[in-house]
Design a protein. Structure first.
Length: 312
């Protein structure tokens, strides 16, 4: 009773449990985008046709995004000096343990796949750039290790990206005490959302026209799946118990309704599909508008789920 009495006087427990701040949505967003970038880089490599230099360089986007996301996660840790303890053991039943190791695996898999993807001129430019840091021999070394293994590395790269994308949703769904996070569909939802934001990231750069159409098709497919999964999550919560109905009420008339429907549904899903349909069918180039809307919607989805989940 003493413990309960003391805890209820904590400003992070009463009236609501609210411990996670901006760092977690940023981490989930960047991790999901990195996962989408990894999957799409792999698919571009596995399909027939030569990739553009831009698409080859964008293979390196994933480790950069993961690094920034891990920086945000590090800022959220209460005991930052003990972060290394994550890597002293591996627990099969712990999503955090899986996630910690997946984040590490991203680096060697991505760097080897990038080395296999770059041509000789790009390797030379990378060597020149890294030479200023004393790492000028690294690109050639990685190129030697990856030579002749591009397809195998592409499949490993794709699988690692899929694992990373699903993990970002499972991280929340395993916290069953929060009704809004209790759905098993959060893993697939975050995966397809990450695929959409990964495609949006690629579309902000000057890829080949053929690659652009390919990425737009994947983005539209991912958005369609995202809408379906969101509907299933909402229906599941609405037809569940009182806790689930209270949780979904936060986006269906509650305090997060305006943000969810304007930023996520209309801005991040409906408007990009309409713009990309105009581009695909009528060859009307919408420049960076649709990709930017997808990125805003992808971040808003994670921000709302993290914030509302701590209120429900």
């Amino acid at each position: 009773m003493t413990e309960i009495d003391v805890a209820r006087h904590s400003n992070q427990i009463d009236p609501v449990l609210h411990i996670w701040g901006w760092e977690i949505p940023v981490y989930l967003f960047l991790g999901g985008m990195a996962a989408g970038a990894m999957i799409l880089s792999s698919l571009l490599a596995l399909r027939r046709g030569e990739r553009s230099p831009t698409a080859r360089w964008l293979t390196l986007a994933a480790p950069l995004l993961v690094s920034v996301g891990m920086g945000a996660l590090f800022l959220d840790l209460a005991h930052k000096l003990y972060v290394w303890r994550f890597y002293l053991a591996f627990r099969w039943t712990s999503p955090m343990s899986w996630g910690a190791w997946i984040l590490v695996v991203v680096y060697p898999v991505t760097l080897l796949f990038a080395a296999a993807s770059l041509d000789e001129a790009q390797v030379a430019r990378a060597s020149g750039f890294l030479g200023r840091l004393g790492l000028g021999k690294l690109p050639a070394l990685l190129r030697g290790l990856a030579a002749g293994r591009e397809r195998a590395l592409a499949w490993a790269h794709l699988g690692t990206g899929a694992g990373l994308g699903i993990y970002t949703g499972i991280l929340l769904s395993t916290l069953g005490a929060r009704a809004l996070w209790g759905s098993a569909l959060l893993g697939p939802l975050f995966l397809v959302s990450g695929l959409s934001t990964g495609a949006a990231l690629f579309l902000l750069f000057p890829v080949k026209e053929e690659e652009r159409h390919y990425l737009v098709r994947w983005d539209m497919l991912a958005i369609g799946l995202e809408v379906l999964l969101l509907v299933l999550v909402i229906v599941g919560l609405s037809t569940g118990g009182a806790a689930g109905q209270e949780a979904v009420g936060l986006i269906l008339g509650g305090r997060f309704t305006a943000q969810f429907w304007t930023l996520v549904v209309i801005g991040g899903l409906v408007a990009p599909v309409l713009l990309e349909t105009l581009e695909a069918r009528f060859h009307y180039r919408v420049t960076a508008v649709a990709p930017l809307l997808v990125l805003v919607g992808g971040f808003a989805l994670r921000w709302i789920l993290v914030a509302a989940g701590q209120v429900a």
